[in-house]
Ligand binder design. Structure first.
Ligand SMILES: C[S@@+](CC[C@H](N)C(=O)[O-])C[C@H]1O[C@@H](n2cnc3c(N)ncnc32)[C@H](O)[C@@H]1O
Length: 231
């Protein structure tokens, strides 16, 4: 089981996975645009204990158009790519390159686990006028950028290379009682598979066997929303 997390940041996903792992064949590679993030990760005791057998990390730009893969990651070598709040940092004109780069890393039947900002999230509503770059695309005070996705456009970005097993919008109202604040959060989450019908069937079986699934993954009948267009 080889996992690639792109935009791993400080390792909020990598390290819990590494801690919970009991599979001797598990390996997770963290990649991030930021040298500081990668240095921070490589300095963690858990990293030092499990590197190189179960964990590795490298600096890499997901949106690069030079066909480069993360250093240490081979072509068609990855079972699962994790993308958590990283696609939103790309300029929309980098999305196609990013999908292409991910497909090169994945094995046939490989999956993408996606989570990011949804259209209308509190963070979008709060942006002031001067922070607007393009439709639904903003720049934060620290210079990083953020895009707010809509379900249909996310399907469009992935559908030519992936079967979209599921996609869903996760809306929550969080309440800060002390400040008497209601916060409307909106995230978008998806599971995409790079493979054929048989790969999808196998993935659905795994999903079925899990028991307590998040709402957006529960409806088996609706499992395949769209797939690559046949030539
Ligand atoms: C909002 S943080 C999310 C970090 C982590 N996934 C998490 O959920 O805690 C976005 C991360 O994506 C990284 N990033 C931004 N653009 C990137 C790119 N083009 N390629 C790779 N990583 C990128 C940033 O450096 C940052 O660490």
């Amino acid at each position: 089981m080889r996992i690639l997390e792109v935009g791993c940041g400080a390792g909020n996903t990598m390290f819990p996975l590494l801690s919970a792992n009991q599979n001797p064949n598990f390996h997770i590679h963290g990649s991030d645009f930021s040298k500081t993030s990668i240095a921070l990760i490589q300095d963690q005791p858990l990293y030092k204990t499990h590197n190189p057998q179960h964990v590795s990390a490298s600096v890499w730009d997901l949106g690069n158009d030079s066909d480069s893969l993360p250093p240490g990651v081979g072509e068609n070598s990855i079972d699962i790519v994790i993308l958590i709040f990283v696609f939103s940092a790309l300029h929309p004109n980098q999305w196609r390159h990013a999908v292409h780069n991910i497909t090169r890393c994945l094995k046939k039947g490989g999956k993408v686990l996606f989570r990011d900002y949804g259209r209308g999230d509190l963070a979008q509503v709060r942006f002031k006028k001067g922070r607007f770059l393009e439709d639904n695309f903003y720049v934060r005070g620290d210079g990083t950028r953020v895009y707010f996705f809509e379900e249909e456009e996310l399907k469009d970005v992935f559908k030519d290379s992936f079967q979209i097993l599921n996609i869903g919008v996760d809306r929550r109202m969080l309440v800060n009682r002390a400040r008497k604040l209601k916060m409307y959060r909106c995230w978008i989450q998806g599971l995409f598979i790079m493979g054929d019908e048989q790969d999808v069937e196998e993935a659905v079986k795994i999903v079925d066997a899990q028991g307590h699934l998040p709402v957006w993954m529960r409806n088996k009948e609706d499992a395949i929303i769209s797939g690559p267009v046949e030539a």
